[in-house]
Design a protein around this ligand. Structure first.
Ligand SMILES: Nc1ncnc2c1ncn2[C@@H]1O[C@H](COP(=O)(O)OP(=O)(O)OP(=O)(O)O)[C@@H](O)[C@H]1O
Ligand SMILES: [Mg+2]
Length: 417
């Protein structure tokens, strides 16, 4: 019995029986350019999901409950999909029971003195990942090689499965790591190196050794977030001795890990990384701020407008310089306001927020309609700064093309008086 419960643990690399989500051909999702989860054709019935859920719930295994929950959320395609996904997603992120009380989590490595877990299992992402063609292709390649590492090794073409993700904040590095874990059917074990290093200075090298021991013996996946936390500190003269030891331990760990274990590391500052660490990542993907096409796909995704959405296309023009995460925040804020006010999305308010936002510094959409004066100013800026057509400006601000022309003409007269 104990054994069958253990089989439910993602940490044992066993898939939940009957659920073979990430197998088979890797198709592109309809939301191009993208790299998004596919819906398996022979998805189990709701009854089977329920039976699995009852089984793991009664065994008290919270990791397995989260695991089934996130699989279900991703596969469910009913008309209330958004609500179901949202509810499951917030439920699995809630941690009502102390982590240390959960049996499976107690197997995770901890800092000996503080008993703080060094690794945390995060839920798999439930929303699709959208990437530009280049990053999408690089990611598909990595996942294909990781999924078929045994075959490659047998052909003498094995490689260390270490992937370095670099790019500005909010471009989806953590999200990509979660998708890789999900696609490979592995638990999304995450370690924030900055936490390990800063709070536990002195024992850091020991902790890093424990992380790698854990990774090579069990889960097959480890995500090292903020890996530059170590490289950056190496420049700090005061910490040199300690940091050298830490970097060396990290290098040893990376060298000792078997070639079946997937290590994904993320950094906002790839140039700060120690070259020796850099070299140990044969796979590297640089993600950048989203280009026009990708911004449009992100707007459609997070505004929940799968069909053609003219407003999304226009918003993509004026949101240059914002990150994927910024677009998500703004879109969701606009949808929240729409729910609270009981009307549709206020695109004028959203556009006003977008042009007032800078990467990482967001100006949230207003909860009430824009004042007339602000709306006129918005129309003027959309024309002067973004060279949008009168028709597009009208579309975004909810008036006719003629009304925009008339307003801007009046405004020009006023300005020149
Ligand atoms: N490429 C993307 N496609 C779809 N959604 C995305 C994408 N990138 C980011 N997001 C959304 O933005 C959220 C935040 O992104 P994430 O935390 O992965 O960025 P990050 O690059 O890890 O940022 P940081 O450097 O600050 O850690 C994600 O959880 C996801 O909802
Ligand atoms: Mg991150």
């Amino acid at each position: 019995m104990a054994n069958s419960k253990r089989n439910m643990l993602p940490g044992n690399q066993k898939r939940i029986p009957g659920h073979s989500v990430w197998e088979g051909e890797m198709n592109r999702n309809v939301l191009q350019p993208s790299y998004a989860p596919d819906v398996p054709e022979n998805s189990p019935s709701v009854g089977k999901w329920f039976a699995d859920l009852v089984d793991v719930a009664l065994s008290g295994n919270q990791d397995a409950i989260r695991h089934i929950g996130s699989l279900f959320a991703r596969e469910y395609r009913g008309p209330d999909r958004r609500e179901v996904q949202g509810r499951i997603s917030s439920a699995i992120q809630r941690r009502l029971v102390s982590l240390n009380d959960v049996r499976s989590v107690s197997q995770l490595p901890v800092d000996e003195k503080s008993r703080v877990p060094l690794i945390e299992e995060q839920p798999w992402p439930t929303m699709p990942l959208l990437l530009d063609e280049q990053a999408g292709a690089a990611l598909s390649r990595f996942v294909a090689e990781a999924a078929n590492s045994k075959q490659l090794s047998e052909a003498g073409l094995g490689s260390r499965l270490n992937l370095l993700l670099s790019g500005p904040p909010g471009t989806g590095k953590t999200f990509i790591a979660g998708h890789i874990a999900a696609r490979l059917g592995l638990p999304f074990y995450t370690v924030r190196l900055d936490t390990v290093v800063s709070s536990l200075l002195g024992d850091t090298a020991k902790n890093i050794r424990a992380l790698f021991e854990f990774a090579s013996n069990g889960p097959g996946f480890l995500f090292l977030d903020e890996v530059d936390a170590i490289a950056k500190r190496r420049d700090d003269q005061r910490e040199l001795g300690e940091i050298k030891r830490v970097v060396n331990t990290l290098i040893q760990g990376l060298d000792l890990i078997n070639d079946k274990t997937v290590i994904v590391a993320a950094t906002n500052h790839a140039h700060l990384l120690d070259p020796a660490i850099f070299r140990r990542f044969p796979y590297q993907i640089e993600v950048s701020l989203p280009e026009l096409d990708l911004r449009e796909a992100l707007w459609r995704l997070y505004l929940d407008r799968a069909e053609d959405c003219t407003e999304a296309a226009i918003l993509s023009v004026i949101s240059k310089g914002l990150s994927c995460s910024d677009i998500r925040e703004l879109a969701i804020a606009a949808r929240r306001t729409a729910v609270l006010t009981g009307s549709g999305i206020d695109f004028a308010g959203l556009a006003w927020a977008v042009i007032g936002s800078r990467e990482g510094k967001l100006h949230m959409p207003p909860i009430s309609n824009l004042e007339l004066e602000t709306k006129t100013l918005l129309q003027k800026r959309l024309r002067d700064d973004y060279e949008l057509t009168f028709e597009k400006i009208g579309r975004l601000t909810g008036v006719s093309k003629q009304a925009v022309i008339a307003t801007l003409r009046r405004r020009r007269n006023v300005d020149s008086e």
